[in-house]
Design a protein around this ligand. Structure first.
Ligand code: AMP
Ligand code: MN
Ligand code: MN
Ligand code: MN
Length: 309
């Protein structure tokens, strides 16, 4: 299906670009099935999408089939959990060639790590009064998806230990709290290596969401770029325009490309596919102009993804 080409530069146009390269489905902690996410993208005018479930590509094939029926281009992708200086950092892998090389074993290891981490989180939450924490989290998640902190948050709410999910994160699961278990995740640089070896583009996810000072964020971007990371999310959902311009400066200094996404998880909140602050006018190039993506995106993402998903 012919589509208007995506801009080669961010010109500061306030109109939505119709691009969302960060969204979740029931394959991880999202509420909608992969095909439903693609359908919502089509309905909302998103023409280039990436499904970025946590540590799994299990939803990508279904989303891709639905997207192609609906005339939406889909980049195979994943959001990988990593560790950097004791902080949990997320890396989006945009994967025009699918899963290849060390990324395949890497994803298997992430699934094992996530399961082991869930047991550790459960043990810690039992100490604050959530009996049978693992079974309760599984009850929230249903039988299929890998467990994440949101499942434990909902279990804490269901048990009446906290009033809502926000409080569950603030008291028990958020950064630095007992249930924030990161030791199982591989180092940032290793995960970036998996994505690069797979022919993909490694994108530092939501750099403004880690509670870092500007200086520390600069160190993170330095280490990410030194590991071979090629891009960062300049826009993640809604954010302050001055902060975005400052982040663009930090990306420009390191010659990183700029990605954008909503980090959509469920309908009914303030975020939806394609909803995010408009990127400012900047010389930082959009990630879809990266040499590893440009041809694939220009072909409507229809080039054969030689790797398995
Ligand atoms: P996990 O991948 O298991 O570490 O879980 C991380 C996920 O928890 C994030 O991707 C968000 O979807 C969710 N999350 C993190 N912080 C919060 C919060 N304060 N409130 C609600 N959900 C959160
Ligand atoms: Mn999530
Ligand atoms: Mn994330
Ligand atoms: Mn995410």
């Amino acid at each position: 299906m012919p589509q208007p080409t995506l801009p080669a530069r961010f010109a500061g146009d306030p109109a939505p670009l119709g691009v969302d390269l960060h969204m979740h489905s029931t394959a991880s902690d999202g509420a909608l099935a992969p095909a439903e996410v693609a359908a919502l993208c089509a309905a909302r005018g998103v023409r280039l999408m990436a499904l970025t479930d946590h540590d799994t590509v299990a939803g990508v094939a279904e989303a891709g089939e639905a997207a192609s029926r609906l005339g939406v281009s889909l980049l195979p992708a994943v959001e990988l959990s990593t560790r950097w200086q004791g902080i949990g950092i997320h890396v989006v892998g945009l994967l025009p060639q699918g899963v290849r090389g060390a990324l395949g074993a890497g994803l298997e290891a992430q699934a094992v790590a996530r399961a082991a981490r869930a047991e550790e989180i459960a043990a810690r939450l039992e100490r604050v009064g959530l009996d049978d924490a693992l079974a309760r989290a599984r009850e929230q998640a249903g039988p299929h998806r890998p467990l994440g902190r949101p499942d434990f948050a909902r279990a804490l709410v269901a048990a009446g230990l906290v009033p809502d999910v926000g409080t569950a994160f603030r008291k028990h699961l958020g950064s630095g709290k007992a249930g924030d278990v990161k030791a199982h995740w591989p180092a940032l640089a290793e995960v970036v290596g998996w994505v690069i070896e797979a022919g993909g583009v490694a994108v530092l996810a939501h750099p403004l969401r880690y509670g870092l000072t500007r200086r520390k964020r600069g160190q993170l971007l330095d280490d990410f770029a030194a590991a071979g990371g090629q891009a960062a999310e300049l826009v993640s959902g809604f954010q302050n325009a001055d902060v975005t311009r400052d982040l663009a400066r930090q990306l420009g200094e390191r010659e990183l490309h700029a990605s954008l996404g909503s980090d959509f998880h469920f309908p009914g909140g303030h975020l939806a596919p394609g909803s995010m602050s408009p990127p400012p006018r900047t010389a930082v190039p959009p990630v879809w102009t990266h040499p590893r993506l440009a041809g694939f995106v220009a072909a409507g993402c229809d080039a054969p993804a030689s790797g398995a998903l």
